[in-house]
Each structure stands twice: as structure tokens, then as C-alpha cells.
Write a protein that binds this ligand. Structure first.
Ligand code: CA
Length: 236
């Protein structure tokens, strides 16, 4: 999938643009390019690419504004191109939501490495956000933060939801007490095992899960908990 990703190159310097097009096509990417910001935004809105390579200095608009505008509605990975000694610009772009940057001049190997990392992160983000868990009568939609039991909404407190989501994200695997405490209550809660016992008990009640004959949340004595393993990854 990664090899067929569509990449939009936004760069007004013809030489760099051609270098990028050639290098990316050689790696099997489908490349589109734009030499100004307005065209770039038009392409992004019409048919969003899988990744955007963006020069910050464009003739018609500042690349920073493109990032800001894009982030209103899209999480597509953005790698910015900037000149040396423009640290402030890079920081600003990263804070606006760019994923990474390349400093001109850059080599093909570095370019490809950055692209692979950015695409991998994006895929992971999407998989995590669009995952929904479904097992027997229980459905959990991680994207919408909804929990359904026999089609009826189960009302969980934010803490109960975080705990259930942490278990679901690793369904089928043991999640240790320490992992759960750190993920749900934060770094300083590692020793507070009793929180976990109390909240697991509440979750089981709300999910009508019998601790002696559980369907959903299994206790791994002395280690942690395990969520029943059937899950579906829905591509979003
Ligand atoms: Ca430029």
C-alpha cells in the first residue's frame, strides 16, 4: 500500500520539483505537483493525497498558512521543505501541525526515510482512530467513543471508558496492571492497584460481565487483565 501512496509535491522551484518527482516515481509513488499554494489546496480538497511535501516559501502564499488551513479538516502527513537557518520557521510549521521537515539540500535516502516514517505514523493513527471492537453483545466504537451492549448505549464515566478502551486496544493480549494504571491514571499511579480493582468491578457491572464466568474482561491473576479477542479493524 505504501508503495502506491499518492504524494503531492508543492514547490515553486522547477529544479527541486523535478528532482522530487523523479525520485518519488522511481520508488513507485504516484506523484502530483503544484507550483503554488492555491493549486495545492485545490488538489488537497479535491482528491486528498496520502502525503504532502510542502515548500514553505511559495509565490502566492506562505506554506504555514497552507498547513493551518489543511489542519482544519485533514490529518494527512505533511513534510515541509525549508532552507538552512530557518529553525524558527520549522518550529512554527511543526507547531501548526506539520509532521516532519527536510532541510535543503537533501538527499534521496533522507527523503525516502522521512516519507516512510510519516506514512507509517499516519496509517497507525488511522487504524487506531477507526478501530471498532465487537464481541458477542458488546460493541465499542473507538472513533466515536461509544459503547453498546445489545445495541443499547452503555454510559461510562471518562475513567471507565479510558480503562475499557485501553483493554480493547490490546484485545486478546494481557495488559498489565502497571500499564493500565499508567495509561488511565498517569505516571504516578503505578502503585495504586486498588483503583484498578474498583474500576474493573464497575466496568464488569455495567457490561453485566460475571467475574467468575467472564465473557469480556478476564483476570490474569497477579499480572493484569485481558479483553476477549475478537475484534474488527474497520477501515475508515
Ligand atoms: Ca520556494
Amino acid at each position: 500500500m505504501t508503495d502506491k501512496a499518492r504524494i503531492l509535491v508543492v514547490e515553486d522551484e522547477p529544479e527541486i520539483r523535478r528532482f522530487l518527482e523523479t525520485a518519488l516515481q522511481a520508488q513507485g509513488y504516484v506523484v502530483e505537483s503544484a507550483d503554488n499554494g492555491a493549486l495545492a489546496l485545490k488538489i488537497c480538497k479535491g482528491r486528498p493525497p496520502n502525503l504532502l511535501i510542502l515548500d514553505l516559501g511559495l509565490p502566492d502564499m506562505d506554506g504555514q498558512d497552507i498547513i493551518a488551513s489543511l489542519r482544519d479538516w485533514s490529518q494527512m502527513p505533511v513534510i515541509i521543505l525549508s532552507a538552512r537557518n530557518q529553525e524558527e520557521e520549522k518550529v512554527q510549521a511543526l507547531e501548526k501541525g506539520a509532521d516532519d521537515y527536510l532541510t535543503k539540500p537533501f538527499g534521496t535516502a533522507e527523503l525516502m526515510a522521512r516519507i516512510r516514517v510519516a506514512l507509517r505514523h499516519a496509517a497507525r493513527r488511522q487504524a487506531a482512530a477507526s478501530m471498532s471492537y465487537s464481541y458477542k453483545d458488546l460493541t465499542l466504537d473507538l472513533e466515536r467513543r461509544r459503547v453498546l451492549l445489545l445495541g443499547e448505549e452503555v454510559h461510562l464515566t471518562p475513567t471507565e471508558y479510558s480503562l475499557l478502551a485501553a483493554l480493547v486496544r490490546k484485545a486478546g493480549q494481557v495488559v498489565t496492571q502497571k500499564e493500565l494504571l499508567m495509561e488511565v491514571w498517569g505516571k504516578n499511579a503505578e502503585e495504586n492497584d486498588h483503583y484498578l480493582r474498583i474500576y474493573i468491578q464497575r466496568l464488569r457491572q455495567k457490561l453485566t460481565d460475571d467475574p467468575l464466568y467472564p465473557q469480556y474482561i478476564f483476570t490474569e491473576p497477579g499480572i493484569g487483565y485481558r479483553m476477549s479477542e475478537e475484534k474488527e479493524a474497520l477501515d475508515g
